[in-house]
Design a protein around this ligand. Sequence first.
Ligand code: UDP
Length: 476
Amino acid sequence: MEKGSSNPPHVLIFPLPAQGHVNSMLKLAELLCLSGLYVTFVNSEHNHERLVRFTDLQVRFSKYQGFQFKTVPDGLPVEHQRTGNHFMELVKTMKMVTMPIFKEMVQGMTPPLNCIIGDGGLEFVLDAAIEIGIPVIHFRTVSSCSFWSYFCIPDMINAGELPMKGSQDMDRIVTTVPGMQTFLRCRDLPSFCRVDDMSDLDLQLFTNCTRQTLRARGLILNTFEELEGPILSQIRRRFSNVYSIGPLHEHLRKKLIEQKHQTHQSSNSLREVDRSCLSWLDKQPSKSVLYVSFGSQAVTTKEQFLEFWHGLVDSKKRFLWVMRADSIAKRDGEAENYPPELVEGTKERGLIVEWTPQEEVLAHEAVGGFLTHSGWNSTLESIVAGVPMICWPYFADQQINSRFVGEVWKLGLDMKDVCDRKVVEKMVNDLIEDNREEFVRSVAKMAELARNSVSEGGSSNHNLNCLIEDIRLMVG
Ligand code: UDP
């Protein structure tokens, strides 16, 4: 709501401090502001400083009455790595360091809070809110299929389907996840299931926090009924008030247009965006470029990086590749002498940058395919843009997302657990050329369903209205 009206509900939103979480929860925050709610958005100090440095976020949100940012420490030293394996460290330090500060902040808030929308990955937010007596709705930024598989882990253990029995067991079908009995293999389960010991701390952490959502008043998912309807039905057997309101980036874009706000070039990036790749794309033929990005967290080995690079160059297709400074595991003392044919091939047909405006890149006319790590935001962004995918999942929910993309939704190819230049070359050619029509047809259909779901009368639009209505009922 623009400045001027009175007495709306006050909602606090708290994401896990990682790119995909912050991005989608900021979009939800803006949707709630547009509906007239007061919103307090909590960032880690580390992320907030980056958002202020790299985006126009403060200006964008300053037009909403009752909106404010608050910051909390995440418990890690400023220069500490927060990506790859370090991400789990962050989740653990927050519980110790951030929780007491958060509790104090919430109790002293004016106007008083009516509801907290907490990231389901931050268990302590639910504990603190229940102790203080504020209703909590959980937001899970992952797909419904991955949320549901996490929820079913205790059943898999009871049925003896977990732990997996080594690498020879990876293609066994898992039968205890309702709705997925015919196609879910061990290798498609969230990566934290790949352990021998079921009391493994990371596995326990994800299983527990998924079960904790049963204590929340509701569950928000960044998905849409037409994509994940059968799995959402399974989730609704165990959870009440499930609001599927995605794809959030498209939902927000639509609402901003309806309310005649500017929509151009807004970004929630925690990194500096290199927009020069858009001018490079302008010079490439239609649908000729493969966009390559493994998101904000994935870290490859040097060997994997070289297999991808060979595969891309050997495919003879054009490519735009996001290579973050921290994307490759460091090997001390090793000189960076790259094979000249790779450097030459890239000069001819490729561009490597540190960070792109991804939504704009995927929407660009020149982009014909996406080699992705199957992060949930990236998957939704690709679907909305109608771009077919090659999936190379790295960790967490990505393993199951890529199975759904390849086997269930038929929106691309799943390259899970393989990193071989010949396979990369073949899949790139399949996607961009040989079987292009088939993939483009199914993604275009899904893109239309996504757009309809966030339009007037669509399922996600309806569910967002229900969410807002339910929050309004929490006032007083
Ligand atoms: N992203 C971006 N520029 C890039 C790479 C990624 O803006 O060069 C954004 C992307 O649009 C997405 C987010 O970063 O919204 C990554 O989230 P995702 O859930 O796909 O993966 P994660 O980073 O959490 O593994």
